[in-house]
Design a protein around this ligand. Sequence first.
Ligand code: NAD
Length: 484
Amino acid sequence: MSTVETTYAGSFIAGAQHRNAGDPLEVVNPADGRPFAEVATATEADVDAAVQAAHQAQHTWSELAVSKRGEILGRAAHHVEEHLDELIPLLTREQGKTLRDSRIEIAKAIDTLMHYVGLSKSLRGAHTPNLDPGVEGYVLRRPIGVVGAIVPWNFPTTLLCNKLAPALVAGNTVVAKPAATTPLTTLRFAELLAEGGLPEGVFNVVTGRGSVAGEALVTHPLVRKIAFTGSTPVGERIMAQCAHGVKRVTLELGGSDPMIICDDADLAAAASAASMGRFYNCGQACLAIKRVYVFESVADEVIQSIAAKASRLKVGRGDAGGTQMGPMHTNAQRSEVAGQVSQSVGAGGELLTGGTAPDDPELTDGFFYSPTVVVDPPHDSAMATEEVFGPALPIWRVADLDEAIARANASQFGLGSSVWTRDLARAREAARRIEAGYTWINSRTKVYDELPFGGWKSSGYGKEHGEEAFDFYTETKSVVLGAS
Ligand code: NAD
């Protein structure tokens, strides 16, 4: 007999809850380690039911005027917004983040939906009037079909909506699979979109394990595109599987974003951005600042300032007032980060603060880890070469911009990056030379719907956000109109 408070059917298919046939998985509150819900997992047959529903809905959906699709999505998004106060504690409970951060995340997810609703009114195409005398050409855009959207646990709703918004506006239908540990907010989100008028089958959710439900989605012949956010090894596997049938794929993968702080920077602002950029969401963000390179002459001041900020952060339950940093999402995630820190400190890095779980007895059952700062670990240590997906920041002293850029680029990853300097020539040089999909100059690392986002190197393939996202949810066709 299960002791959890709630059991969930597990999928949302064709506008209704659907009971999965697979075994149940517990959903655990990261703040106290206790399971509070159980969700039946999707089997291959459950995934097939979702894909069939999306396939059936796709023709009618794609035949609507693009502005009509936008209008329907906009109304549905408003309905979700009206239930923000219900979604926020649910997200905090299953993910661990603070209530404030849950509010920011879900509001941002709705903003992204509305951004593409806005674009649905202004999409235009290319036309060439005179290819040959009397012959003209234009480029037709068609939806790809059924899209499989696979999402991790760190930002379940924003990472979903980054895919859902351009996919639906472009006329595709979607089957999403949230992480096995964060299914609940996504299921309720889908239900609310349906209540708000999104037609049945246009957006479906299957829950469960990546190795079962995820793989079934990736390999389903009716799924014509996979939009994946997650780790690089799983992304590589999915890309190889998508080679079969030349399935379309976009990959938003791991990162190890460098931040360069030059000697002429606004040092106080840079230190704040480093602390915010590293410890936000308990360091579990693809775009977190994961490596800092600071010019030698100002290094002591910057290091002290970042370490002081880190040690002052109030760590606690996400649902407790005043908490600035919640628990890590799972115990396994915490062990991984603790291992990377101890390896890097053992190899010669200087531990300035953190490096353990907090000693507050109220927090012993949760997956907490103190904000951690390590100075000058070897450049071949785990904190330098691997993605650190938690609240631990390595900082290195560097001689100049050349060394900083060389170190920044000596990584398999190329997601985000930032540079702090008052010298415009230096800033522009860094923006040109750093190998990454985003460079923020004197700015905190915030993603804008207006600009395309996507990693270089092992950090991904394809773009989300911006009008560019439509390129990854449509097929184009060149049409030539002859003279007669
Ligand atoms: P993960 O790759 O283990 O899982 C991500 C999703 O993929 C989950 O839904 C999981 O169930 C599913 N999955 C796992 N194996 C699968 C398989 N074989 N086939 C299909 N689906 C499968 O990632 P994670 O550890 O949950 O998330 C953290 C990672 O995500 C980090 O590396 C982080 O940097 C990355 N991330 C990247 C971005 C970005 O935009 N670039 C954003 C957020 C997180």
